[in-house]
Design a protein around this ligand. Structure first.
Ligand code: SAM
Length: 427
């Protein structure tokens, strides 16, 4: 079948129409004239892959990575960087119009990444001990694509991958390891599980764990602690975390992202949902008299508490709880006066000044949106890594009486269709 790609859709596929069908083509560029092969049909949509480029889009460039098309990691290397940025803006506008039903979608500015390559400071590699392959899952499969060099990895992570591959070759990489996570800190790289690798590091600094602030899980041992935990300084704040913790993959853009999310916000009370190890929690605690962070993963909540303590901030508490559960409990407890003693630090009473949420790609569940509605914050900041779930949730918040104040876009993930959006809403 021959098609012409009209535009890039949310999810990164190219849209075309041919033979009365909607065709979605992987790894395409807008304007490409292609011969495609239909791999799968779902309803009225045919999912296809490129067999031949009949006439390339002017935005098409040769993908520099030898694994492109096989590795499931990057799906935008066929686009020049300006085209990647333009496609991301269109994806967000498309979601806001189609899913969010927003009538007046504002003009969107996207902040490019300072380095469109070598930006990833966090990686998750897969190891297939039987076939001796180490890399990323192949696109749409659980097969491991053996990757010697990854063009988007920060240099220290590439060095770590080189060391792990050397261990794979000499047989010292443990066979029972499947999934290896690595995270670049200021001085060293944290790896989980440690895999027996020598640390890539500079001079040591004292960490919250070294200061006795972080509760050590049974998996932390003194001998390999430096491989399990790193310090990452962003915008003058020191964050301590390990390779298993969620942390934004592109550290270069984090100062701008934090500034955009927090802006001029300050006041008495604030809540941060899905707070992770405290990327926004620490700067927010400097601006609000009281702050409550909520995070489901116990180790991340412990790091967030330690990072607040390390920054000398005692006006913030972190609830280690599911956000939906916390909001429902908060509603129950805020109706009680006085509050039950044990719940006092985790309950919000009165009107909230500011609420920041930064959920995973699935966005906020309906009960979370209802819970936010009940808290009625004057100002909401929604940080999102998925334009489709963001648009779905914005529609509900706008229906609940919020108005869209501003929207900023950050290219945290060059060479992929992923994008980060920061939205401010007021009521
Ligand atoms: C996108 S990350 C944001 C973390 C943090 N804001 C940052 O930028 O580093 C989402 C966080 O939400 C947490 N999380 C996911 N689902 C959750 C839930 N239902 N309740 C509470 N936390 C959740 C994850 O563990 C993760 O730390």
């Amino acid at each position: 079948m021959e098609v012409t790609i009209e535009r890039i859709l949310p999810g990164g596929l190219g849209l075309a129409h041919a033979e009365g069908r909607t065709v979605m083509v992987a790894l395409a560029a807008p304007g490409d004239r292609l011969r495609v092969q239909v791999d799968r049909i779902k309803g009225h949509v045919s999912f296809a892959s490129i067999k031949e480029i009949i006439a390339p889009s002017p935005e098409r460039v040769p993908p520099p990575c030898p694994y492109f098309g096989r590795c499931g990691g990057c799906d935008f290397q066929q686009l020049n960087y300006q085209a990647q940025l333009a496609a991301k803006v269109e994806i967000i506008k498309d979601c806001l119009r189609r899913i969010g039903h927003l009538e007046d979608v504002p003009e969107l500015q996207i902040t490019p990444a300072p380095d469109e390559w070598r930006y990833r400071s966090r990686a998750q590699w897969q190891y297939d001990a039987i076939r001796r392959r180490l890399g990323y899952f192949e696109s749409g499969s659980r097969r491991v694509c053996d990757v010697a060099e990854c063009a988007v990895l920060a240099p220290k992570l590439q060095q770590t991958l080189n060391s792990l591959r050397q261990q794979m070759r000499d047989g010292s990489l443990p066979d029972d390891v499947r999934d290896i996570r690595a995270l670049v800190g200021d001085d060293n790289v944290a790896i989980a599980p440690p895999c027996g690798i020598s640390p890539i590091r500079g001079p040591r600094r004292s960490s919250p764990a070294a200061m006795g602030m972080v509760r050590k899980g049974s998996d932390l041992t003194m001998g390999n602690e430096e491989l399990r935990e790193v310090t990452r300084t962003i915008h003058g704040e020191a964050y301590h975390l390990n390779a298993e913790s969620f942390f934004q993959a592109n550290a270069d853009l984090l100062p701008q992202l934090i500034d955009s999310a927090i802006g001029e916000a300050m006041g008495e009370t604030s809540v941060e949902l899905y707070c992770g190890v405290g990327l926004f929690t620490v700067p927010l605690a400097r601006r609000f008299e009281h702050l409550i962070g909520v995070e489901a993963v116990t180790s991340a909540a412990s790091f967030a508490r330690a990072n607040l303590a390390y920054a000398g901030l005692s006006n913030a508490t972190v609830a280690n709880q599911d956000v939906g559960d916390w909001l429902e409990e908060n509603l129950e407890y805020s109706a009680l006066s006085p509050l039950p003693e044990g719940r006092r630090p985790f309950a919000v009473q009165g009107r909230l000044d500011f609420l920041l949420l930064d959920p995973p790609r699935t966005g906020a569940e309906s009960r979370v949106i209802n819970g936010i509605h009940n808290l009625r914050p004057k100002h909401i900041c929604y940080v999102s890594c998925d334009p489709a779930t963001l648009a779905r949730d914005l529609k509900k918040l706008i229906a609940a009486g919020y108005t869209l104040d501003s929207l900023a876009v950050f290219d945290m993930f060059p060479q992929t269709h992923h994008v980060e959006t920061v939205v401010h809403l007021r009521c």
